[in-house]
Design a protein around this ligand. Structure first.
Ligand SMILES: Nc1ncnc2c1ncn2[C@@H]1O[C@H](COP(=O)(O)OP(=O)(O)O)[C@@H](O)[C@H]1O
Ligand SMILES: [Mg+2]
Length: 250
């Protein structure tokens, strides 16, 4: 069963077509990667799915229900959560308060929300940071808080926008492990936009590739990194060869 179906989705800003008739399906429980060069339309696609932007044409169906046309908070209530590429924590809330904002989506009582926040803090191994102001944390910790806050809403589908950007290789490994474990533990379906290809190769079941607003390829990570169009538009010959070797050696 598909949790998400995107059909002929188009979105333009003035004369610029940021998404051109994009279509793909996401199976329940899947981990789908979205890759492509800067400006390809990846973040716009997330914004269109999550109802941040109204789409020009096409449809988005979530759990069998048409969500295109709905407001973003209505879509969030149905169980679709996202992180932002540039994460701005709310005001000067501390980490736990920030996560509680997410928890209030499913828990009305403050004590219940606080308890859910404690569980989420534990899951993301940031309990020791509960009282820290988010904006003052190192970037890797801020990324964890961003993911934790989105996950705290109790989504069925989680959209992650470049959560590994700006992290060092060790931190990338840690966050990869974290995503893998929440995916396995909670059974949440995940779509992730990512430039860190090691991470995509490691955890995605399937990948779609965008270029100039269009989907130019779709398949397993091993399949797409072999495709001439993907190599030309995004990976480059040298990196494609390197990733292919990594994929073979895993
Ligand atoms: N709110 C907006 N208003 C105008 N143009 C936008 C807006 N959001 C994105 N764009 C443009 O749409 C194109 C795709 O951007 P984006 O979706 O952010 O790409 P990506 O995430 O793949 O780097 C870019 O040319 C960008 O400048
Ligand atoms: Mg982006």
């Amino acid at each position: 069963m598909y949790i998400l179906q995107v059909q002929n989705l188009s979105k333009s800003f003035g004369g610029l077509q940021a998404n051109r008739s994009i279509g793909f399906d996401v199976a329940q429980g899947e981990m789908l990667g979205v890759i492509g060069p800067n400006g390809a339309g990846k973040t716009t696609l997330f914004n269109c799915i999550a109802g941040v932007h109204q789409i020009d044409s096409g449809r988005v169906i979530f759990q069998g229900r048409r969500i295109s046309g709905m407001k973003s908070h209505e879509i969030a209530r149905l169980g679709l959560a996202r992180t932002f590429q540039i994460y701005v924590a709310s005001g000067d809330l501390n980490v736990k308060e920030n996560i509680m904002v997410g928890c209030f989506m499913r828990e009305r009582v403050r004590s219940a929300a606080a308890k859910a926040a404690d569980e989420t803090l534990g899951l993301f191994q940031i309990s020791h940071l509960a009282k820290n102001v988010v904006a003052e944390l190192p970037i890797a910790a801020q990324k964890r808080v961003a993911m934790a806050t989105a996950l705290a809403t109790g989504p069925r589908l989680l959209l992650l926008d470049e959560v590994a950007a700006g992290l060092n290789p060790n931190e990338v490994d840690e966050i990869t492990g974290l995503i893998r474990s929440i995916h396995a533990k909670l059974g949440v379906t995940i779509i992730l936009i990512e430039h860190v290809m090691e991470m995509v190769l490691n955890i995605c079941d399937r990948v779609i590739v965008l270029d100039y607003g269009e989907k130019i390829s779709e398949g397993t990570p091993r399949e797409v990194i072999r495709e001439p169009a993907v190599i030309k538009a995004y990976l480059g010959e040298r990196y494609a060869r390197q990733y292919l070797e990594q994929a073979e050696n895993r």
